[in-house]
Write a protein that binds this ligand. Structure first.
Ligand code: BT5
Length: 329
């Protein structure tokens, strides 16, 4: 694996030095001392990583575009010595960053561990759903928290993750976001980010919470599969240009650190009120899908425990804590 990376890097540096011309397969193979068919295999693997390399049989290869790859060293240096990101595990592909973080939590990893991956083969949504996670275009990260609070306050961790993510997106792109109860981030009513919290707790104590955050950054709308629960988009689609994933990631880690610090200093209500303000469903008629039933009503309020108070069309009120909401126009 290390050898493959070194060879890939060598090929890229040869192509970079000759960006205005074509470099023959023969030239590359003699420089790196591999056969031409081995060079071709490396070129194919570089293409899969997002490098656009043109090839013309009689002339050779030419580098057209370099992908925006996350650099673990760069990220580690720029995060510095915070709680969140004190340790960062980085993968090219993993089944789910949440699974890795949960496994590490079980073997005693410290609070603040960040698991990052360029892609996920089995990205998870809530309730056994799938999170579409193509490589090299988006952000998939999980953060391990060990908050000193009783499990009943855990929903505030979801709220915090949502407000931090929404703020980081706005800081870096200037785009306005809405939070869709409980934890989706939308831009113009399209889903741009989802959050999956997974908790391990005893009656009075949280052992750990893993906050998994997925953000569609540079993915093309046409690359989303059909049949998603709601329309999806990416920041690049909304902005009309690519967004630097590293800048966004670092901003998110910085803001999460700040918000978590606030929470630990007794800021539950201030996180709650920021989350409440960012949610776009208050006073709207909504439909909520719950396991085995669908209810409609007006979203009257949100509670600090993460509940949604629904006014059920004249038949009283009901507070719900999980479900899928759609707004009835
Ligand atoms: C979520 O679930 O929105 C939580 C997504 C959390 C993903 C992160 S990535 C890092 C970490 N590691 C993981 O394995 N997961 C977390 P939910 O509200 O259930 O939404 C899932 C539904 O959204 C799916 O059933 C699809 O309909 C839709 N969907 C799937 N992928 C999407 C995407 N990339 N963008 C927008 N919608 C998507």
């Amino acid at each position: 694996m290390k050898q493959t990376c070194q060879t890939d890097n060598l090929i890229i540096s040869i192509l970079k030095d000759n960006r205005d011309s074509y470099v023959s397969g023969q030239h590359i193979s003699s420089k790196i001392k591999l056969t031409r068919s081995a060079v071709w295999k490396h070129i194919e693997s570089l293409r899969k990583k997002g490098y656009v390399i043109e090839s013309i049989p009689s002339r050779g290869y030419r580098l057209i575009e370099i992908p925006d790859l996350l650099s673990p060293d760069d990220i580690r240096t720029r995060v510095g010595k915070r709680i969140i990101g004190k340790e960062i595990l980085f993968f090219d592909e993993v089944d789910s960053t949440n699974n890795v973080a949960i496994e590490k939590a079980g073997s005693g990893a410290a609070e603040g561990l960040v698991v990052l991956s360029e892609g996920q083969s089995r990205g998870k949504g809530r309730m056994g759903r799938t999170w579409v996670s193509p490589k090299y275009v988006n952000i998939y990260l999980s953060i391990l928290f060990r908050p000193d609070m009783s499990p009943q306050y855990a929903p505030v961790m979801t709220m915090m993750s949502a407000v931090s993510t929404a703020r980081a997106i706005t800081e870096v792109t200037g785009l306005r976001t809405q939070i869709k109860w409980p934890n989706d981030i939308l831009i113009d009513r399209k889903k741009v980010s989802g959050i999956l919290m997974e908790m391990n707790a005893e009656q009075e104590r949280i052992n750990h919470i893993v906050a998994g955050i997925g953000i569609n950054v540079n993915m093309k709308e046409r690359d989303f599969p059909d049949g998603l629960r709601m329309p999806a988009t990416s920041l690049a689609e909304c902005l009309g240009k690519k967004v630097d994933r590293t800048d966004l990631l670092l901003m998110l880690i910085e803001i999460l650190e700040e918000d978590y610090e606030e929470l630990r200093n007794g800021g539950v209500m201030s996180i709650f009120s920021r989350w409440r303000k960012g949610c776009d469903i208050l006073d709207r008629r909504i439909r909520v899908s719950l396991p085995g039933e669908e209810i409609t009503g007006v979203a009257e309020d949100l509670t600090p425990e993460g509940g949604l108070v629904l006014n059920l069309d004249g038949s009283g009120k009901r507070i719900i804590y999980a479900g899928d909401v759609s707004i009835i126009r």
